[in-house]
Design a protein around this ligand. Structure first.
Ligand code: DLL
Length: 443
């Protein structure tokens, strides 16, 4: 085994179970989860339709016999249709990060929160966190699972939290400096914003104690990691999760940074072709489907994450034998995550529809000139909206931008186009043009 100088990097002995041991635990927990899911009308109906009884699941591989669950199933059962315990047993609610419309509500019992803290503690320790460290959390605290999830994980490790929450970059830098934080927790894009501001203020990174950053909640690239690390001289580790199955803590990189380790004793992960719904061979890109097999309040069977990634097996130099995932490459639906905010092309459409003559021909252009995503919206105008007067066109442009901002919370530049300039389609229209050319380090 290669030399691995830092110890301990294992928070919990269960992280180093052999594959056979993991499978055995998964089987027991999956059967129990199916039993618990029978309390949820959505699953009960599905089980009845499929004539499925817990006994028909004889191994973990039989998971494919179980129904898939989608975001729209959760929306249809908003807010608490998926609750598997009496309401009085719930001690916390969180939700998805969508900016508009109703969020997806996720419930936790006391024991769910215990587990969640442990899962976050595991990936933090795996990534290099020590109990004597101080960690600044620059994630939002609220329905979003990032702030609270990481907060309790850090405390569980015994490290000290500075709950700075998201935003106010100047204050973030002041706190980083004054509190001499060893680690930063936020989205990769926000980490870069902070790093650039540190550079702009001519602060020498050696004035800070920052050594580590635990980044997640949105896609990022290896180039972005390099830029970030060279700007402020830190080591950054990636972690992945989603509210529907828990929040952060589903998988995370260890200090070796060769893929994100799934916490397989609590989640069963599959990788499927999003069109055929059939499993893809190991190492090939597919949509992650995740079952949470230890949750009490909201167990989740085969949740379609829409996240496209590769998963692979093999012993890591850290000693873990869990499946790992590469970076999230994109989403099988068209959801965009811009500056940490989830938006759907349909929301842009909704904004355009509120301005007569500005829809339905539009394109969302995604670009990544450096490390941050940039988005612009190209809107084809109806003849009635055309004007010879520059002032009219400028006002129209800002009305559209404001409408988009109202709905998405984002300021996206709009480009106005004369009638009949955008391509027409006979089948589905391609609304999102992704020119980002994201390169991934899959394995
Ligand atoms: O973002 C949970 C989280 C918080 C993970 C903090 C890590 C750190 P949601 O708001 O429900 O939950 O968004 C989940 O975010 O389906 C992915 O598309 C994306 N995502 C999360 N982590 C990563 C990552 C949290 N490391 C959605 N890389 C997921 C790429 C990520 N995408």
């Amino acid at each position: 085994m290669p030399h691995y100088p830092y110890k301990p990097f294992i928070w919990d002995k269960s992280e180093t179970l052999s594959r056979d041991e993991i499978r055995a635990i998964q089987f027991v927990r999956l059967r129990e989860t199916i039993r618990r899911c029978s309390a949820i009308p959505f699953y009960r109906k599905k089980f009845d339709e499929m004539e499925l009884r817990p006994e028909s699941i004889r191994s973990v591989d039989d998971i494919v016999k179980l129904p898939l669950t989608t975001k729209s199933d959760l929306r249809d059962n908003y807010p608490l249709g998926f609750l598997a315990v009496p309401r009085e047993d719930v001690v916390r609610y969180h939700g998805s990060t969508g900016t508009t419309g109703k969020p997806t509500i996720i419930a936790y019992t006391r024991s769910d929160l215990e587990l969640w803290s442990n899962l976050c503690a595991r990936f933090l320790v795996a990534g290099g966190l020590k109990s004597h460290h101080t960690v600044q959390v620059a994630f939002g605290y609220g329905l979003f699972t990032g702030g609270f999830g990481l907060h309790y994980g850090i405390e569980r490790v015994g490290a000290a939290v500075v709950p700075a929450a998201a935003g106010n970059t100047k204050r973030q830098i002041m706190l980083l400096k004054d509190m001499q934080a060893d680690a930063l927790v936020c989205t990769p894009s926000y980490a870069l914003t902070i790093a650039e501001a540190i550079k702009a203020e001519n602060i020498d990174p050696s004035e800070l104690s920052l050594k580590l950053a635990f980044l997640g909640a949105e896609p990022w690239t290896e180039q972005m990691r390099e830029t970030l690390e060279s700007t402020i001289d830190i080591k950054s580790v990636n972690n992945y999760g989603l509210s529907e199955v828990m929040g952060p803590g589903v998988s995370g990189e260890c200090y070796a940074r060769s893929g994100m380790h799934f916490q397989e004793d609590h989640f069963i992960v599959e990788c499927i072709n999003p069109h055929t719904l059939q499993p893809v061979p190991e190492g090939q890109q597919g949509e992650l489907v995740i079952s949470s097999i230890s949750r009490e309040a909201m167990p989740m069977l085969r949740y379609r994450t829409r996240d496209i990634a590769v998963i692979y097996s093999g012993r890591c130099e850290c000693g873990r034998e869990t499946l790992r995932m590469g970076r999230v490459i994109g989403r099988s639906d068209d959801m965009l995550i811009i500056r940490g905010v989830n938006i759907f092309p349909s929301q842009i459409e909704e904004a355009l529809l509120s301005i007569e003559g500005a829809a339905p021909h539009y394109q969302i252009i995604l670009e990544r000139p450096k490390t941050l995503d940039e988005v612009r919206v190209r809107v084809e105008l109806d003849r009635n909206l055309l004007s010879d007067k520059m002032i009219d066109m400028i006002q129209l442009k800002s009305r559209i931008e404001e409408a988009i901002h109202q709905i998405t919370g984002l300021h996206l530049p709009v480009e106005l186009l004369p009638p009949m300039t955008l391509e027409r389609y006979e089948g589905k229209a391609k609304r999102v043009i992704d020119n980002r050319n994201i390169v991934t380090n899959n394995l």
